[in-house]
Design a protein around this ligand. Structure first.
Ligand code: PLP
Length: 391
């Protein structure tokens, strides 16, 4: 099976597996325990925290281990609402990009009720910064949330500019960097006020996430109970998973530093050109002109609208099932939305119609995806298009 669903979850990297096995053997203790085995586990955990902080560009005490990005996002939105309430701002609003993952959108809706303002998206799939500038000129939200890279389209978001705008106005900024980490340099993400990541998206183990929240912030924990994580997240830490996550991220950063992202971008571009040439009517979502000196989309992600084959029903599933039979694991978009009949809020926010969004497929690769796999996928898509075309 050729796996093209890394944005849903990326298989454990060999380096992470080795680190996990070693840490499981070497650090059996609970990092909060008083004995030497506990102290050793605590040292390993703190060492992993320091290594992660160095990669992200923040201080180690600013990082909190969580169970994944969903928990990190829930925690940030819950904290923002609690802080606003405590300051007497029961009417405080939150500003969230329309392109956010449900982990952010739904958390915002729950924590702030109807007091959520959506930053609209452009047709190219980026958050509209002009709108945000305008909004911040008139309002003072409790938090602004903008992801780093979109999980469905791979489109990179102007998170640095949004952070700068928020800093200038004294508004806290949250960046969900779940799809960015491990694919593009993570340096600088630690400069966001709040930031979330998840190990299983970059070849670390599932069930391990992290959250950057400045140590100086009086954080309202989402999970309460024990006093772990400086009382910012209760629950016994998963030491082997943290060690393995950092091993995976450090390995990804090495690939990036060695020019791996540019090389894979070229492969992906060739794949897109093959499809465009053979499948008239196919559309690639988020085809923006790259900004000078940087890519516009993640090198690993291609989101397409397959040509209209005249079927009224949702045809994505047909393509996914047929590709599965042909040996390719691909996705219709967000893994969290599969099973849902509703069109993707991300694609509709970009101005696509429900009918267009119903023809969306997402292909997402990993560092170990061979170049030949993209060629094989292109050939399979072209065959399938011929098979499904109206006669
Ligand atoms: N944020 C983004 C952008 C994602 O892509 C995902 C997962 O798809 C999440 C958050 C949730 O991550 P997790 O599975 O670690 O809870």
């Amino acid at each position: 099976m050729l796996y093209f669903d890394h944005n849903a979850t990326s298989p454990l990297l060999p380096v992470a597996r080795a680190a996990w096995l070693e840490a499981t053997d070497q650090f059996p203790g609970n990092p909060s325990s008083q004995h030497r085995l506990g102290a050793r586990a605590d040292r390993a955990l703190e060492d992993a925290r320091q290594r992660l902080a160095t990669i992200l560009g923040c201080a180690a005490p600013d990082l909190v281990w969580t169970s994944g990005a969903t928990e990190s996002c829930n925690a940030v939105l819950c904290h923002a609402a609690a802080t606003a309430d405590a300051a007497g701002g029961a009417a405080a609003r939150v500003c969230v990009s329309a392109l956010e993952h449900p982990a952010v959108r739904e958390s915002a809706a729950r924590a702030f009720g109807g007091r959520v303002d959506l930053i609209p998206a452009t047709r190219d799939g980026t958050a509209d910064l002009g709108w945000l500038a305008d909004h911040l000129g008139r309002a003072r939200p409790a938090l602004v949330a903008l992801m780093a890279a979109n999980n469905e389209t791979g489109v990179l978001q102007p998170w640095r500019e949004a952070q700068a705008m928020c800093t200038a106005r004294g508004v806290p900024f949250f960046c969900d960097a779940t799809q960015w980490c491990g694919r593009l340099p993570a340096a600088g993400l630690g400069g966001c006020d709040f930031m979330a990541g998840s190990a299983h998206k970059f070849g670390g183990p599932r069930g391990l996430g992290f959250l950057k929240v400045p140590a100086a912030v009086a954080f309202t924990p989402w999970l309460v109970g024990g006093k772990q994580e400086a009382q910012r997240r209760a629950g016994t830490e998963n030491v082997p998973a943290a060690v393995a996550a950092v091993a995976a991220l450090a390995w990804c950063e090495e690939q990036i530093a060695a020019g791996g992202a540019e090389a894979r971008m070229a492969v992906r571009t060739r794949f897109e050109q093959q499809l465009a040439a053979a499948l008239p009517g196919l559309r690639i979502n988020g085809t923006v002109t790259p900004p000078p000196g940087g890519p516009a989309r993640l090198w690993n992600t291609v989101s397409v609208i397959v040509p209209d084959a005249g079927d009224a029903a949702d045809c994505r599933v047909r393509w996914v099932v047929k590709l599965d039979k042909a040996g390719f694991a691909v996705s219709t978009g967000s893994a969290c939305a599969s099973g849902s009949e509703a069109p993707s809020p991300v694609l509709t926010a970009m101005g696509l119609t429900a009918a267009e969004a119903a023809r969306a497929l997402r292909f997402s690769a990993g560092w170990l995806t061979p170049e030949s796999a993209w060629d094989e996928l292109a050939a399979a898509l072209i065959n399938l298009h011929r098979e499904l075309a109206p006669r």
